[in-house]
Design a protein around this ligand. Structure first.
Ligand code: NAP
Length: 303
Protein backbone atom coordinates (compact mmCIF):
# COMPACT_ATOMS: atom_id res chain seq x y z
CA UNK A 1 0.00 0.00 0.00
CA UNK A 2 1.16 3.51 -0.76
CA UNK A 3 1.77 5.73 2.25
CA UNK A 4 2.74 9.40 2.71
CA UNK A 5 4.79 10.62 5.64
CA UNK A 6 4.13 14.14 6.94
CA UNK A 7 6.51 16.13 9.19
CA UNK A 8 9.94 14.96 8.12
CA UNK A 9 12.06 15.60 11.21
CA UNK A 10 13.83 13.60 13.90
CA UNK A 11 11.43 10.72 14.47
CA UNK A 12 10.46 10.41 10.80
CA UNK A 13 14.11 9.98 9.80
CA UNK A 14 15.19 7.92 12.85
CA UNK A 15 12.29 5.45 12.86
CA UNK A 16 9.45 5.89 10.34
CA UNK A 17 11.45 5.91 7.11
CA UNK A 18 13.51 2.79 8.03
CA UNK A 19 10.42 0.95 9.33
CA UNK A 20 8.47 1.63 6.12
CA UNK A 21 11.49 0.67 3.98
CA UNK A 22 11.75 -2.71 5.72
CA UNK A 23 8.02 -3.45 5.68
CA UNK A 24 6.45 -5.81 3.11
CA UNK A 25 3.18 -3.84 3.48
CA UNK A 26 4.22 -0.31 2.58
CA UNK A 27 5.71 1.83 -0.16
CA UNK A 28 6.74 5.37 0.84
CA UNK A 29 5.11 7.24 -2.05
CA UNK A 30 5.24 10.88 -0.89
CA UNK A 31 6.34 13.23 1.87
CA UNK A 32 4.58 16.37 3.10
CA UNK A 33 6.91 18.69 4.97
CA UNK A 34 7.79 22.35 4.78
CA UNK A 35 11.51 21.65 4.36
CA UNK A 36 12.22 17.98 5.15
CA UNK A 37 12.58 15.45 2.33
CA UNK A 38 13.45 11.79 1.79
CA UNK A 39 15.78 10.93 -1.10
CA UNK A 40 13.95 9.46 -4.09
CA UNK A 41 10.46 10.21 -2.75
CA UNK A 42 8.10 12.82 -4.22
CA UNK A 43 8.08 15.79 -1.83
CA UNK A 44 5.13 18.12 -1.17
CA UNK A 45 5.25 21.16 1.09
CA UNK A 46 1.48 21.55 1.37
CA UNK A 47 -1.08 18.95 2.49
CA UNK A 48 -3.88 20.33 0.26
CA UNK A 49 -1.72 20.09 -2.86
CA UNK A 50 -0.68 16.55 -1.89
CA UNK A 51 -4.28 15.43 -1.31
CA UNK A 52 -5.36 16.77 -4.73
CA UNK A 53 -2.31 15.47 -6.59
CA UNK A 54 -2.02 11.95 -5.18
CA UNK A 55 -5.42 10.26 -4.72
CA UNK A 56 -3.59 6.95 -5.16
CA UNK A 57 -1.84 7.42 -1.79
CA UNK A 58 -4.58 6.29 0.57
CA UNK A 59 -2.69 6.34 3.89
CA UNK A 60 -1.02 9.28 5.66
CA UNK A 61 1.27 8.96 8.67
CA UNK A 62 1.66 12.17 10.68
CA UNK A 63 5.02 12.64 12.44
CA UNK A 64 5.05 16.35 13.22
CA UNK A 65 4.78 17.61 16.84
CA UNK A 66 1.30 17.47 18.40
CA UNK A 67 0.56 21.20 18.20
CA UNK A 68 0.26 21.52 14.38
CA UNK A 69 -1.02 17.98 13.79
CA UNK A 70 -4.81 18.34 14.04
CA UNK A 71 -5.44 20.30 10.81
CA UNK A 72 -3.30 17.81 8.86
CA UNK A 73 -5.24 14.88 10.31
CA UNK A 74 -8.61 16.52 9.71
CA UNK A 75 -7.80 17.33 6.07
CA UNK A 76 -6.49 13.85 5.38
CA UNK A 77 -9.53 12.17 6.96
CA UNK A 78 -11.97 14.47 5.12
CA UNK A 79 -10.18 13.49 1.90
CA UNK A 80 -10.96 9.85 2.71
CA UNK A 81 -7.41 8.85 3.70
CA UNK A 82 -6.52 6.47 6.50
CA UNK A 83 -4.45 8.25 9.16
CA UNK A 84 -1.73 7.16 11.58
CA UNK A 85 -0.79 9.53 14.43
CA UNK A 86 2.55 9.76 16.28
CA UNK A 87 2.25 9.88 20.05
CA UNK A 88 0.79 11.82 21.77
CA UNK A 89 -2.14 11.66 19.32
CA UNK A 90 -3.02 15.34 19.78
CA UNK A 91 -2.45 18.33 21.98
CA UNK A 92 -5.84 17.86 23.70
CA UNK A 93 -8.22 14.97 24.34
CA UNK A 94 -11.08 16.75 22.57
CA UNK A 95 -9.05 17.02 19.36
CA UNK A 96 -8.57 13.28 19.28
CA UNK A 97 -12.23 12.59 20.08
CA UNK A 98 -13.13 14.83 17.10
CA UNK A 99 -10.72 12.96 14.81
CA UNK A 100 -12.11 9.61 15.96
CA UNK A 101 -15.66 10.71 15.17
CA UNK A 102 -14.56 12.03 11.78
CA UNK A 103 -12.72 8.81 10.90
CA UNK A 104 -15.85 6.86 11.80
CA UNK A 105 -18.03 9.17 9.68
CA UNK A 106 -15.65 8.84 6.70
CA UNK A 107 -15.35 5.06 7.15
CA UNK A 108 -11.54 5.14 7.29
CA UNK A 109 -8.92 3.85 9.71
CA UNK A 110 -7.37 5.98 12.44
CA UNK A 111 -4.47 4.67 14.52
CA UNK A 112 -3.28 6.54 17.61
CA UNK A 113 0.10 4.86 17.98
CA UNK A 114 1.95 4.23 21.23
CA UNK A 115 5.39 3.01 20.19
CA UNK A 116 6.44 1.95 23.70
CA UNK A 117 3.56 -0.53 23.82
CA UNK A 118 5.44 -2.39 21.07
CA UNK A 119 8.55 -2.79 23.23
CA UNK A 120 9.63 -6.42 23.48
CA UNK A 121 8.76 -7.01 27.13
CA UNK A 122 5.27 -5.53 27.13
CA UNK A 123 3.23 -8.49 25.85
CA UNK A 124 4.94 -10.82 28.34
CA UNK A 125 4.47 -8.37 31.19
CA UNK A 126 0.75 -8.03 30.47
CA UNK A 127 0.33 -11.81 30.28
CA UNK A 128 2.23 -12.40 33.54
CA UNK A 129 0.26 -9.70 35.40
CA UNK A 130 -3.15 -10.96 34.24
CA UNK A 131 -5.10 -12.25 37.24
CA UNK A 132 -2.53 -10.97 39.77
CA UNK A 133 -2.95 -8.08 42.22
CA UNK A 134 -0.43 -5.27 41.88
CA UNK A 135 0.39 -4.05 45.39
CA UNK A 136 3.01 -1.44 44.45
CA UNK A 137 4.45 -0.01 41.24
CA UNK A 138 6.98 2.69 40.49
CA UNK A 139 7.97 4.24 37.18
CA UNK A 140 11.36 5.94 36.80
CA UNK A 141 11.65 7.77 33.47
CA UNK A 142 14.72 9.98 33.46
CA UNK A 143 16.32 11.17 30.25
CA UNK A 144 18.24 14.05 28.72
CA UNK A 145 15.96 16.43 26.80
CA UNK A 146 18.98 17.87 24.98
CA UNK A 147 19.80 14.43 23.55
CA UNK A 148 16.27 13.38 22.49
CA UNK A 149 14.81 16.77 21.54
CA UNK A 150 17.84 18.82 20.47
CA UNK A 151 16.77 22.44 20.08
CA UNK A 152 13.06 21.45 19.85
CA UNK A 153 11.43 24.42 21.55
CA UNK A 154 7.95 23.01 20.79
CA UNK A 155 8.27 20.61 23.75
CA UNK A 156 8.32 23.61 26.08
CA UNK A 157 5.45 25.52 24.44
CA UNK A 158 1.74 24.95 25.27
CA UNK A 159 0.56 21.64 23.85
CA UNK A 160 4.10 20.23 23.82
CA UNK A 161 3.54 18.53 27.21
CA UNK A 162 7.12 19.02 28.45
CA UNK A 163 8.45 15.97 30.28
CA UNK A 164 5.15 14.18 29.61
CA UNK A 165 6.28 13.85 25.98
CA UNK A 166 8.49 10.91 27.10
CA UNK A 167 6.49 10.29 30.28
CA UNK A 168 3.40 9.42 28.25
CA UNK A 169 5.39 6.48 26.83
CA UNK A 170 5.68 5.06 30.35
CA UNK A 171 1.99 5.71 30.91
CA UNK A 172 1.18 3.93 27.64
CA UNK A 173 2.96 0.83 28.96
CA UNK A 174 1.41 1.14 32.43
CA UNK A 175 -2.13 1.41 31.05
CA UNK A 176 -1.50 -1.54 28.73
CA UNK A 177 -0.15 -4.00 31.31
CA UNK A 178 -1.98 -3.21 34.56
CA UNK A 179 -4.65 -5.82 35.26
CA UNK A 180 -6.90 -3.13 36.83
CA UNK A 181 -6.96 0.59 35.98
CA UNK A 182 -5.65 3.28 38.36
CA UNK A 183 -6.28 7.02 38.56
CA UNK A 184 -4.10 9.95 39.47
CA UNK A 185 -4.50 11.31 43.02
CA UNK A 186 -1.68 13.90 43.27
CA UNK A 187 1.09 15.44 41.18
CA UNK A 188 3.95 17.91 41.49
CA UNK A 189 5.14 19.54 38.28
CA UNK A 190 8.42 21.48 38.00
CA UNK A 191 8.29 24.28 35.43
CA UNK A 192 11.49 26.12 34.41
CA UNK A 193 10.72 29.80 35.06
CA UNK A 194 11.21 30.64 31.35
CA UNK A 195 9.04 27.76 29.99
CA UNK A 196 5.34 26.87 29.68
CA UNK A 197 5.60 23.09 30.22
CA UNK A 198 7.21 21.01 33.00
CA UNK A 199 10.74 19.62 32.95
CA UNK A 200 10.01 17.13 35.77
CA UNK A 201 6.96 15.54 37.36
CA UNK A 202 6.19 13.33 40.36
CA UNK A 203 2.87 11.48 40.17
CA UNK A 204 0.87 9.49 42.71
CA UNK A 205 -1.87 7.16 41.51
CA UNK A 206 -4.39 4.97 43.34
CA UNK A 207 -3.38 1.38 44.06
CA UNK A 208 0.18 2.10 45.25
CA UNK A 209 1.37 3.29 41.82
CA UNK A 210 3.79 6.22 41.51
CA UNK A 211 5.97 7.77 38.81
CA UNK A 212 8.86 10.19 38.48
CA UNK A 213 9.66 11.79 35.14
CA UNK A 214 12.77 13.96 34.76
CA UNK A 215 14.30 15.50 31.66
CA UNK A 216 17.56 16.62 33.31
CA UNK A 217 19.37 13.28 33.43
CA UNK A 218 22.73 13.27 31.69
CA UNK A 219 24.80 10.09 31.20
CA UNK A 220 22.97 6.75 31.34
CA UNK A 221 19.24 7.10 30.67
CA UNK A 222 16.59 5.35 32.79
CA UNK A 223 13.25 4.04 31.52
CA UNK A 224 12.19 1.53 34.20
CA UNK A 225 8.94 0.17 35.65
CA UNK A 226 9.09 -1.90 38.85
CA UNK A 227 6.07 -3.74 40.21
CA UNK A 228 5.26 -5.85 43.24
CA UNK A 229 2.33 -8.25 43.13
CA UNK A 230 0.75 -10.83 45.42
CA UNK A 231 2.69 -13.48 43.45
CA UNK A 232 6.14 -11.97 42.84
CA UNK A 233 7.89 -9.02 41.24
CA UNK A 234 8.13 -7.69 37.71
CA UNK A 235 10.52 -5.18 36.18
CA UNK A 236 10.56 -3.62 32.73
CA UNK A 237 13.85 -1.97 31.73
CA UNK A 238 14.97 0.00 28.66
CA UNK A 239 11.50 1.45 28.03
CA UNK A 240 9.77 -1.93 28.18
CA UNK A 241 12.28 -3.76 26.00
CA UNK A 242 13.61 -5.99 28.80
CA UNK A 243 11.33 -7.99 31.09
CA UNK A 244 12.46 -9.36 34.45
CA UNK A 245 10.27 -11.64 36.59
CA UNK A 246 11.33 -12.28 40.20
CA UNK A 247 14.81 -10.91 39.41
CA UNK A 248 15.36 -13.13 36.35
CA UNK A 249 15.52 -11.73 32.80
CA UNK A 250 12.93 -13.49 30.67
CA UNK A 251 12.69 -11.44 27.47
CA UNK A 252 14.13 -8.73 25.34
CA UNK A 253 17.13 -6.53 24.71
CA UNK A 254 17.96 -2.86 25.09
CA UNK A 255 16.96 -1.51 21.64
CA UNK A 256 13.74 0.09 20.41
CA UNK A 257 14.27 -0.97 16.79
CA UNK A 258 11.31 -3.41 16.79
CA UNK A 259 8.76 -0.82 17.91
CA UNK A 260 8.08 1.15 14.71
CA UNK A 261 7.98 -1.89 12.37
CA UNK A 262 5.36 -3.33 14.76
CA UNK A 263 3.31 -0.10 14.58
CA UNK A 264 3.33 -0.19 10.77
CA UNK A 265 2.26 -3.85 10.81
CA UNK A 266 -0.73 -2.90 12.99
CA UNK A 267 -1.60 -0.01 10.66
CA UNK A 268 -1.56 -2.36 7.68
CA UNK A 269 -3.96 -4.61 9.54
CA UNK A 270 -6.29 -1.75 10.49
CA UNK A 271 -6.47 -0.57 6.88
CA UNK A 272 -7.06 -4.09 5.54
CA UNK A 273 -9.82 -4.73 8.08
CA UNK A 274 -11.32 -1.21 7.94
CA UNK A 275 -10.93 -0.72 11.69
CA UNK A 276 -9.63 1.96 14.11
CA UNK A 277 -7.44 1.88 17.21
CA UNK A 278 -7.57 4.96 19.44
CA UNK A 279 -6.84 4.46 23.14
CA UNK A 280 -6.59 7.69 25.09
CA UNK A 281 -5.90 6.16 28.53
CA UNK A 282 -2.25 7.40 28.69
CA UNK A 283 -3.29 10.92 27.71
CA UNK A 284 -6.07 11.03 30.33
CA UNK A 285 -3.41 10.64 33.05
CA UNK A 286 -1.40 13.51 31.54
CA UNK A 287 -4.47 15.76 31.40
CA UNK A 288 -5.22 14.83 35.02
CA UNK A 289 -1.63 15.70 36.01
CA UNK A 290 -2.05 19.17 34.53
CA UNK A 291 -5.41 19.42 36.30
CA UNK A 292 -4.26 18.21 39.75
CA UNK A 293 -0.59 19.15 39.63
CA UNK A 294 1.00 21.45 42.18
CA UNK A 295 3.26 23.85 40.29
CA UNK A 296 6.84 24.41 41.42
CA UNK A 297 9.05 26.91 39.60
CA UNK A 298 12.64 25.91 38.91
CA UNK A 299 15.71 27.40 37.21
CA UNK A 300 15.42 28.56 33.58
CA UNK A 301 16.12 25.98 30.89
CA UNK A 302 18.09 26.74 27.72
CA UNK A 303 19.03 24.17 25.06
P1 NAP B 1 10.71 17.50 15.20
O1 NAP B 1 11.90 16.87 14.55
O2 NAP B 1 10.90 18.79 15.94
O3 NAP B 1 9.53 17.76 14.17
C1 NAP B 1 9.24 16.92 13.09
C2 NAP B 1 8.91 17.74 11.86
O4 NAP B 1 7.60 18.30 11.97
C3 NAP B 1 9.80 18.94 11.66
O5 NAP B 1 11.02 18.60 11.07
C4 NAP B 1 8.96 19.84 10.79
O6 NAP B 1 9.21 19.52 9.43
C5 NAP B 1 7.52 19.45 11.16
N1 NAP B 1 6.95 20.56 11.92
C6 NAP B 1 7.43 21.11 13.06
N2 NAP B 1 6.65 22.13 13.44
C7 NAP B 1 5.67 22.24 12.51
C8 NAP B 1 4.57 23.11 12.33
N3 NAP B 1 4.34 24.10 13.20
N4 NAP B 1 3.78 22.91 11.27
C9 NAP B 1 4.00 21.91 10.41
N5 NAP B 1 5.04 21.06 10.50
C10 NAP B 1 5.85 21.22 11.55
O7 NAP B 1 10.01 16.49 16.21
P2 NAP B 1 10.24 14.91 16.42
O8 NAP B 1 11.27 14.69 17.45
O9 NAP B 1 10.36 14.23 15.13
O10 NAP B 1 8.85 14.57 17.14
C11 NAP B 1 7.64 14.56 16.41
C12 NAP B 1 6.65 13.66 17.11
O11 NAP B 1 7.25 12.37 17.27
C13 NAP B 1 6.27 14.14 18.52
O12 NAP B 1 4.90 13.94 18.74
C14 NAP B 1 7.11 13.26 19.44
O13 NAP B 1 6.48 13.02 20.70
C15 NAP B 1 7.18 11.97 18.63
N6 NAP B 1 8.37 11.15 18.97
C16 NAP B 1 9.61 11.73 19.03
C17 NAP B 1 10.71 10.96 19.43
C18 NAP B 1 12.11 11.55 19.53
O14 NAP B 1 13.03 10.84 19.97
N7 NAP B 1 12.36 12.81 19.15
C19 NAP B 1 10.53 9.61 19.74
C20 NAP B 1 9.26 9.04 19.61
C21 NAP B 1 8.18 9.83 19.23
P3 NAP B 1 9.17 20.70 8.32
O15 NAP B 1 9.89 21.88 8.91
O16 NAP B 1 9.87 20.09 7.14
O17 NAP B 1 7.70 20.98 8.07
Amino acid sequence: MKIALAGIGKIAIDQHVPAIAKSPDWELAATISRSGKVDGVEAFTDIDIFLDARPDVTVVSLCMPPQPRYPYAEKALRAGRHVMLEKPPGQTLAEVHALTALAQEMGVSLYATWHSRMARGVVGAKAWLAGKTVTKAHITWREDVRKWHPGQDWVFTPGGMGVFDPGINALSVLTEILPAPVHLTAATLEFPENRDTPIAAALTFSGGVSAEFDWRQEGPQTWDIDMETDEGTLALRHGGNQLWIDGREVAGNSGIDGEYPALYAVMADLVKTGTRDVDLAPMVHVADAFSLGRRVTTVPFLF
